[in-house]
Write a new protein. Structure first.
Length: 104
């Protein structure tokens, strides 16, 4: 159950980071006409920070996809290697869920 919460948190963080990057890019476009020395230095720092953030986001998404694929492969392998065990687990989960639902 903790893994689902972590996945949701990662997805939310990823979405939030994309919004921040988009907002920063919009801010850079809006201030492109300002040519003061401090503005130029700030723009360069922001652009570098955004580049680093985009790279980290891309790597984090790759890791998340790889872990999801590995979990799916492991599940598929288990079901193929232990079909009756998988049926038993599914039946037990269904029974527990049915009991929980019927209590309401």
């Amino acid at each position: 159950m903790m893994s689902n919460d972590t996945d949701v948190s990662r997805e939310k963080l990823s979405a939030d980071l994309r919004i921040v990057i988009a907002d920063a890019e919009e801010l850079l476009r809006a201030t492109a006409g300002q040519m003061g020395e401090k503005a130029v230095v700030a723009r360069e720092r922001i652009q570098e920070s955004m580049r680093v953030a985009k790279d980290k986001l891309a790597r984090a998404e790759e890791v998340m996809v790889d872990k999801t694929k590995a979990a799916a492969r492991a599940t598929d392998d288990y079901v193929h290697d232990h079909p009756w065990g998988a049926v038993g687990i599914a039946a037990a989960v269904g029974l527990v869920m049915g009991m929980l639902i019927s209590r309401r």
